[in-house]
Design a protein around this ligand. Structure first.
Ligand code: NAD
Length: 496
């Protein structure tokens, strides 16, 4: 496999560094400092990323505030049209986005292409929703005309992680903009390029300056400043539970709403009557997609005891056939690369039975890359750390169960509740289990076929609020009720 960086447009990789995008322009960091960045496929240093300051955040919020009134009054049909133009521009620039994304993340060509296409779809989908009714007329009393309408919050902060950088930015930015808000976005410091490129392209497409701003830099500086800023009226955060909690504390003090899309430890629950061949293939895809760096990864495999050995062996055999570097990319950051290796020690100490993997992987020509072998542990107890904690790498734990009640109990015995899949030919059983599972999304006889139309979010520590679908619009706008007194004709008559 060739290095994902080899096709990257050289002009975007000069050592002058990647800058903020504020008020429709490229803006260097206030104090001229750039953070070092690394190509995860090779371990080599790449273009530096602006280290934003409080002043940079202030400048971006001011630009957003300046654009807010105009964007809110932008005729809705025009707003929809420009959103769809941006979707078309993303598609026209697909290869550039793919190259930039791969340079930051090392992900495979197929994954990067799919994510760029999906990002375009967000702007297309939400652009198409712009003329949906935004309120109701309520029949309260004959002398009152009462109606509700959805209104934008104003400035929305969008903070995103490094695993699906463009995709997660588009997922929050598109519904925020279509609802009439303006945005200050902050991508992860390791994977900032495609979010800046998105904002640059939005400006080139005709979005007014200040509608979409991007401030780069460290989370505890730039992210905290965005969440704390008086003019930021809502924050959409995708990332870890720990940071979600700290943002939640600031938001509670400020009394602003949040959407929190956090981690997961999702179950694939396989009953003995399932289509086992298909289920085994999907179980492998579920934990190796994007090298397991997906919040909705299916990393707990619950298998009915009567087929446990046979099924887990099939999953291990299919896993052995995968090649890191071809089938999936590296860990996207060095710290994540080290973190996954720590879990191999944890698994050893907890006495899990390793069937395959359990080590770093060597990829020819990319010896310094952050590659991990796809790994399967069997006979895991649900109380072990490797069954409870999100590893965020290509690591699967297999747990046997006896009955339907057992399966539900084990699946729900988790701090997380993002997605689950149920595998059974008995549709009544599948529906009973789907009903009982504490998760925001449940799939039956398939793994994760989510699209831009399907609302997405968590239960428990996986977060709250919903992204995607028509549902997301209600999280990027608030409802106003207007009551109009209708004067009676009699009361208008002259009194004499
Ligand atoms: P992270 O929480 O460390 O960082 C996410 C973003 O928050 C980054 O932009 C970071 O710079 C910023 N940040 C860090 N500290 C901050 C602070 N104190 N205040 C404000 N912002 C701050 O997460 P990560 O390691 O980049 O991403 C991995 C995590 O994201 C995993 O737990 C994964 O499950 C989760 N995730 C969830 C979803 C979902 O939709 N539910 C999707 C993808 C990833």
């Amino acid at each position: 496999m060739t290095s994902p960086t080899s096709t990257l447009d050289r002009e975007s990789r000069t050592q002058e560094g990647l800058d903020h995008w504020i008020g429709g322009e490229r803006v260097p960091p206030g104090d001229g400092r750039y953070l070092p960045a690394v190509d995860p496929a090779t371990g080599h240093a790449t273009v530096g990323v602006a280290a934003g300051t409080l002043r940079d955040v202030e400048q971006a919020v001011e630009a957003a505030k300046g654009a807010a009134a105009g964007w809110r009054r932008y005729p809705s049909a025009d707003r929809g049209r420009i959103m769809i133009s941006l979707a078309q521009a993303i598609r026209a620039q697909r290869d550039r986005f793919v190259d930039l994304e791969r340079a930051d993340t090392g992900k495979t060509l197929a994954s990067a292409r799919a994510e760029v296409e999906n990002s375009a779809q967000y702007f297309e989908f939400y652009g198409g929703l712009v003329n949906l009714p935004i309120g109701d007329v309520l029949d309260v009393a004959p002398d009152q005309h009462v109606f509700t309408r959805r209104e934008p919050y104003g400035v929305i902060g969008v903070i995103t992680p490094w695993n699906l950088p463009l995709n997660q930015a588009a997922r929050a930015i598109a519904p925020a903009l279509v609802a009439g808000n303006v945005v200050v976005a902050k991508p992860a410091e390791t994977t900032s390029r495609t979010t800046v490129e998105l904002a640059r392209l939005a400006s080139a497409t005709g979005f007014p300056p200040g509608v979409l701003n991007v401030v780069l830099g460290e989370g505890d500086v730039v992210g905290t400043a965005i969440v704390s800023h008086d003019a930021v009226r809502k924050v959409a955060f995708t990332g870890s539970v720990a940071v979600g909690r700290s943002i939640g504390r600031i938001a509670a003090d400020r009394i602003i709403p949040l959407t929190l899309e956090l981690g997961g430890k999702s179950s694939n629950i396989v009953f003995e009557d399932a289509d086992l061949d298909f289920a085994a293939g999907e179980a492998v895809r579920a934990f190796t997609l994007n090298a397991g760096q997906v919040c909705s990864a299916g990393t707990r495999l619950l298998v009915q005891r009567s087929i446990y050995n046979q099924f887990v062996d099939a999953v291990a055999a299919a896993t052995r056939a995968l090649n890191p570097g071809d089938n999936f990319g590296p860990m996207i950051t060095r710290s994540q690369f080290l973190r996954v290796q720590e879990y191999f020690d944890v698994a050893r100490n907890e006495g899990a039975r390793k069937l395959v993997g359990g080590s770093v992987a060597k990829v020819e020509g990319q010896e310094g890359g952050f590659y991990i072998e796809p790994t399967v542990y069997a006979d895991v107890d649900n109380g072990m750390r490797i069954a409870r904690e999100e590893i965020f790498g290509p690591v699967l734990v297999a747990i046997p169960f006896d009955t339907e009640e057992d399966a539900i109990r084990i699946a729900n015995d988790s701090p997380y509740g993002l997605i689950a899949s149920v595998w059974s030919r008995d549709i009544s059983r599948a529906l009973r289990v789907a009903d009982a599972i504490e998760a925001g999304q449940v799939f039956v006889n398939v793994w994760n076929t989510l699209s831009v139309q399907t609302p997405f979010g968590g239960h428990k520590q996986s977060g709250y609020g919903r992204e995607k679908g028509i549902e997301a619009i209600s999280h990027y706008s608030h409802l106003k009720t207007v009551v109009v007194k209708i004067a009676s004709p009699l009361s208008n008559l002259p009194s004499n």
